[in-house]
Design a protein around this ligand. Structure first.
Ligand code: IPE
Ligand code: IPE
Ligand code: MG
Length: 242
């Protein structure tokens, strides 16, 4: 079983278009799937679930759609946080939150504070997140720490002197074992670039609003067939398992 599943929830717009509905109807249906997938992970004792909700590139969308997505985020936080808390879920939000409106920022901060002591499942929402942003912000924090410690940063030219891992946005979680992308595209779209280095990548044509428990089951069955070698040989892995 994977300890950490990360998901690129793609295909909301196409799901709606097929039904002659506005794109935003697809996003609303997508929120329901988030509930299902959280319940699924709880039932399977998966400890970390990370969901890509809004990328740093998604600001390029029509302003009405962006506003609608922000509204959905606000209403999901207002409506669901008590339930998450009751279920022992710790909610975290990763990404550059500064561009969000102050009300949304306050809701995020209070939801995180309220659920911080929970550890049954850590649910991370990636919002205004980009893997490139994450690496850059981690490097900035690392530099500041070197400066504060009086280390001569200018001379630190070798890669082994640079340790970004403690400063990455998800430093509190193990790297994802599996990244699932719905919606048919086989790309990462600037999700967890660093952290996905050894993730098993699962792509399905199923659109996010249609991704149900049976689909999740299929993804886990596929994962169970993978041999994770982390650069070693199959023989070495089998010897370790003995
Ligand atoms: C994913 O669905 C949701 C977000 C990126 C916010 P899309 O909105 O990208 O749906 P498609 O890819 O256009 O179908
Ligand atoms: C990736 O989906 C981002 C999220 C699911 C939040 P996109 O729909 O934005 O990805 P591209 O543009 O097709 O690569
Ligand atoms: Mg898309």
């Amino acid at each position: 079983m994977p300890q950490h599943i990360a998901m690129i929830m793609d295909g909301n717009g196409r799901w709606a278009k097929k039904r002659h509905l506005p794109r935003v109807a697809g996003h609303a249906r997508g929120v329901k799937r988030v509930r299902d997938v959280v319940e699924f992970c709880m039932a399977r004792d998966i400890r970390y679930l990370t969901l890509f909700a809004f990328s740093t590139e998604n600001w390029k969308r029509p302003v009405d759609e962006v506003n609608h997505l922000m509204g959905l985020f606000v209403s999901a936080l207002e409506g669901e946080v008590s339930k998450l808390h009751r279920n022992g879920i710790c909610l975290r939000v990763i990404g550059d939150l500064h561009p969000f409106n102050p009300r949304l920022q306050t809701l995020i901060a209070s939801a995180e504070a309220r659920t911080a002591g929970n550890d049954r499942l850590t649910l991370t929402i990636a919002a205004n997140y980009g893997g490139q942003w994450d690496i850059k912000q981690a490097f900035g924090k690392w530099l500041k720490a070197q400066h504060a410690a009086g280390n001569p940063v200018a001379e630190a030219g070798s890669p082994e002197d640079i340790d970004l891992i403690p400063y990455l946005a998800m430093a509190y979680a193990p790297d994802p074992d599996m990244v699932i992308r719905t919606g048919g595209e086989q790309r990462i779209s600037n999700f967890l670039l660093w952290q996905s280095a050894y993730a098993e990548l699962y792509f399905t044509d199923t659109l996010w609003p249609a991704f149900d428990a049976a689909e999740m089951e299929q993804a886990l069955a596929w994962y169970a067939q993978r041999e994770r070698r982390f650069g070693q040989t199959s023989q070495q892995i089998k010897a370790l398992a003995r």
